[in-house]
Design a protein around this ligand. Structure first.
Ligand SMILES: Cc1cc2nc3c(=O)[nH]c(=O)nc-3n(C[C@H](O)[C@H](O)[C@H](O)COP(=O)(O)O)c2cc1C
Length: 148
């Protein structure tokens, strides 16, 4: 069993729902998951010690939130090189956040990112059964990549 941190920010609960569905998929594949709001993680010490990381943020004004920007600077100090990763986020129309975070994890932190790419869902999709399944499947794929 591997340890996974799902860390997210969410203003109206859509990205939070995604975080919980992704965690379900990871748990179905036998992984030990902590789901945390980024505001509850005070320093890089709260980020170290996991085998896999899935970071989530909604898109506001075609950008990630300032809280997520600060969190990514903490994550940089945690040295996540080679760790398995994924990224996700809810949006209505443009959806910059999930690919932006995925890109940072891949190219700056040099993590071993899922070949599925970022999970970038509209909030209408999050509210549907289809969105729940997409999140669970993303979690399951990450769980399989992590292995036993
Ligand atoms: C002020 C404001 C700005 C937004 N800007 C964008 C945007 O630039 N692109 C986009 O796709 N969605 C945008 N949205 C929509 C949110 O990303 C969407 O409601 C999302 O599901 C919120 O997720 P959350 O519930 O996790 O906070 C914006 C919403 C608000 C209220």
């Amino acid at each position: 069993m591997k340890k996974v941190l799902v860390a997210y920010v969410s203003r109206t609960g859509k990205t939070e729902a995604m975080a919980n569905y992704i965690a379900e998929g990871l748990r179905i594949r036998g992984q030990d998951v902590d789901v945390k709001k980024i505001a509850a993680i005070e320093s890089e010490k709260g980020i170290t010690g996991y085998d896999g990381y899935v970071f989530g943020c909604p898109t506001y004004h075609k950008d990630i939130t300032s809280g997520m920007k600060h969190f990514l600077f903490k994550a940089e100090k945690a040295n996540l090189t080679g760790k398995i990763g994924g990224a996700f986020g809810s949006h209505t129309h443009s959806g910059e956040s999930a690919p932006m975070i995925f890109d940072t994890m891949q190219h700056v932190f040099k993590m071993d990112m899922t070949n599925l790419g970022p999970l970038n869902l509209t909030e209408a999709m999050v509210d549907s059964g289809e969105g729940m399944k997409a999140c669970q499947d993303y979690g399951k794929a990450l769980g399989e990549k992590l292995g036993a």
